[in-house]
Design a protein around this ligand. Structure first.
Ligand SMILES: Nc1ncnc2c1ncn2[C@@H]1O[C@H](COP(=O)(O)OP(=O)(O)OP(=O)(O)O)[C@@H](O)[C@H]1O
Ligand SMILES: O=P(O)(O)OC[C@H]1O[C@](O)(CO)[C@@H](O)[C@@H]1O
Ligand SMILES: [Mg+2]
Length: 345
């Protein structure tokens, strides 16, 4: 069987380990021939492919980024996903002699895996995203690395914040969910953690910051990029949309810091962590999760379990139907937020 491997969406630490896991299992154990398309669907459309064999994946688990590159280039040339678009993919698939795909990506990529499978082009999904917003899996690889980097940033901001008795506001990624903020905030002992799922008022936030000051401490506020103040309609964005029509979230920390300063009289500084939290070497946890995801995906291909995604369920990797994974974000549940919120301030 010849399998095409392709990454789309943003990169996520662990993607290389996932490719290595899939190749070692697929090529060495199941006897597949594997080929990687460069830069997501661009490589597929432009016939830019590389062989994926044991040598190609040697030593790549500790490497950040992804050796194949990734992009948000559309799989469907017209963008409509109609029969002509599907036929164009079928023609290419035939030309390349590819029997099936392993698609590494987030929600959008898993949607494509499902669409392809429904149209008779077999695909299996490998979930990745630092945001941890994919349903059908407990955690996605990349998330643990992002949380570790954000936690370290909190530790560092705290020492300078404490020295100047300032309130420090750290903005982390996560798009429309607050998983990175929640976990990093808990790991770093943040006094306030703000997530998109549960808007809070500036009065409430200022009250927490003042109560921290009243017991002689400085506040560390973690805010997810998708957070909105209670009553605000829109999230904070930079330059509107990106080249693929998506909102460019970011900057909410810079909006909050002066508001907190105004209301509390406490000098406040904002830091936007940005793409630092997506870069560099994956944690051991992410390497292991990604490797196991790759292994499970290769085994699923051997077993013909098309239209599924290799999700983490407890300590097991389970092949879950793609329909369970796509279309609905995995948001922070109220109980998890309340558990943290009781200790704010
Ligand atoms: N409903 C859809 N129909 C067709 N193509 C889609 C659809 N959703 C997403 N895609 C395509 O899938 C690719 C990846 O989608 P997207 O940019 O949303 O990233 P993702 O996989 O969700 O990862 P991330 O977590 O970084 O957002 C892009 O090439 C996009 O064009
Ligand atoms: O890499 P880009 O296109 O700037 O996208 C940034 C977005 O991607 C993510 O890193 C992953 O989905 C989000 O947390 C963030 O909003
Ligand atoms: Mg997406």
């Amino acid at each position: 069987m010849r399998i095409g491997v392709l990454c789309s969406g943003g990169d996520s630490p662990g993607m290389n380990a996932a490719i290595r896991g899939a190749v070692l299992r697929g090529v060495e154990v199941h006897g597949f021939e594997m080929v990687g398309f460069m830069d997501g669907w661009r490589g597929f459309h432009e016939d830019d492919r590389v062989p994926l064999d044991r040598a190609a994946v040697r030593g790549i688990s500790p490497l950040g980024g992804v050796i194949l590159g990734t992009s948000r280039v559309q799989p469907f040339l017209s963008g409509r996903g109609d029969e002509a678009d599907i036929q164009a993919i079928r023609d290419r698939v035939e030309e390349y002699g590819v029997d099936a795909f392993l698609l590494i990506g987030g929600n959008g990529t898993q949607t494509v895996a499902q669409l392809l499978t429904e149209h008779g082009i077999p695909a299996i999904g490998l979930p990745k995203t630092i945001d941890n917003d994919l349903s059908g899996t407990d955690y996605t690889f990349g998330f643990d690395t992002a949380v570790s980097i954000a936690s370290e940033a909190i530790d560092r901001l705290r020492t300078t914040g404490d020295s100047h008795r300032r309130c420090m506001v750290l903005e982390v990624m996560g798009r429309d969910v607050g998983w990175i903020a929640l976990h990093a905030g808990m790991a770093g002992g943040a006094q306030v953690t703000l997530v998109p799922e549960f808007p809070e008022s500036i009065e409430q936030i200022s009250e927490w910051v003042l109560s921290v000051r009243d017991r002689g401490r400085s506040s560390l506020v973690v805010v997810a990029e998708g957070f909105r103040l209670a009553g605000d309609e829109a999230q904070t964005t930079r330059d509107g949309l990106d080249g693929f029509g998506r909102k460019r979230l970011g900057g909410v920390a810079e909006v909050l810091a002066p508001l907190i300063e105004q209301r509390t009289g406490i000098e406040t500084r904002a830091t936007v962590l940005g793409h630092v939290q997506r870069g560099g070497s994956p944690t051991a946890f992410d390497r292991v999760l990604a490797t196991r995801t790759g292994i499970a995906a290769a085994d699923a291909a051997e077993a013909g379990q098309w239209g599924t995604m290799a999700g983490l369920r407890g300590d097991r990797i389970a092949m879950v139907p793609l329909a369970e994974a796509v279309g609905h974000l995995k948001t922070v549940p109220e109980a998890r937020y309340e558990e943290a919120r009781l200790n704010f301030g």
